[in-house]
Design a protein around this ligand. Structure first.
Ligand code: SF4
Length: 287
């Protein structure tokens, strides 16, 4: 059996960056003799999370859950009120906000007052929560509306003036297209497009579709709670191929080996050593 790897798999630039900063948090915490925290887990992969917990990093959502220490901000960012509450409580913050997300945040912060800001995204997704909690230069919350579908666009209140469409960078492309078309139809010339879907995530999806054309089935490696890994498995299913979403080499089963050619991809929070271990297990080196 031949295993064909997707041309884009594993850590994206944002996750790679925040993992490097997690190491920096440990260094600063050791230096200053302080506890080390992650504000919301910065990676949706339980195996990686467990390895950081084992080294003493604790997950907190609010400053009162710990004594002040070094705290890492996840790649999706956090609302400004929450950021300020950690600073006021005496925490030393290390900002792991991905550059794509920071770019989106700056657009919202600097949008002229009176503009209707609409975010295409999943309500409650951490990136959307952060984008919904930003302050302008005067320290006032910038109001936004979140839409998940074209139907939500039709429910937006009627307002005159300019409108800005922002998006959760990892929203599925089909969903974004549906929303942006509805926004263009509704707001016409008044609409400005602010940011775009993450180019890395789009490339990953495209290379996976290409891979599906070369194989009979696909194994997707990544946390079972990882939204982007689940989305990859969905893409494979939409291409009509058998797909397994697994977390590690221990999950490789003999049924995966009946194919002549099987594809292998991985979510943005899957470490390279997990991908390598699954690859070896698939070709029968270990299980
Ligand atoms: S998927 Fe894209 S936007 Fe999200 S953390 Fe990775 S690089 Fe940043």
């Amino acid at each position: 059996m031949e295993v064909i790897l997707s041309k884009s798999l594993g850590f994206c630039s944002g996750v790679g960056h925040v993992i490097g900063l997690a190491e920096e948090c440990f260094r600063i915490a050791t230096d200053k003799q302080l506890p080390v925290y992650s504000i919301g887990w910065f990676i949706h992969n339980q195996r990686v999370v467990d390895s950081f917990i084992a080294r003493g990093m604790r997950h907190i959502e609010h400053p009162e859950e710990g004594i002040p220490g070094v705290a890492l901000i996840r790649a999706h960012g956090i609302p400004d009120t929450l950021r300020q509450s950690f600073v006021d409580a005496g925490y030393f913050l290390v900002d792991g906000t991905c550059h794509n997300v920071a770019y989106s945040q700056n657009i919202i912060r600097n949008t002229p007052a009176g503009t209707t800001i609409v975010i295409a995204g999943i309500v409650g997704h951490s990136e959307v929560v952060a984008l919904s909690g930003l302050w302008d230069s005067a320290g006032k919350l910038v109001p936004v509306s979140v839409v998940e579908s074209a139907h939500d666009v039709s429910l937006l209140p009627d307002r005159s003036g300019e409108c800005l469409l922002m998006t959760q960078t990892t929203l599925p492309a089909v969903q974004y297209k549906e929303i942006s078309n509805a926004m263009k139809e509704r707001f016409g010339q008044r609409l400005t497009i602010g940011n775009h879907l993450c180019p890395g995530a789009l490339r990953r999806n495209k290379t996976l579709i290409d891979l599906c054309g070369q194989v009979e089935a696909v194994v997707v490696v990544g946390g079972l709670k990882s939204a982007n890994t689940t989305a990859l498995a969905r893409i494979v299913a939409e291409q009509g191929l058998p797909v397994w979403h697994i977390e590690s080499a221990q999950d490789v089963v003999p049924q995966m080996r009946v194919f002549e050619r099987i594809g292998l991809t991985a979510g943005t929070s899957t470490p390279q050593n997990d991908i390598d271990a699954v690859h070896r297990a698939l070709i029968g080196e270990t299980i």
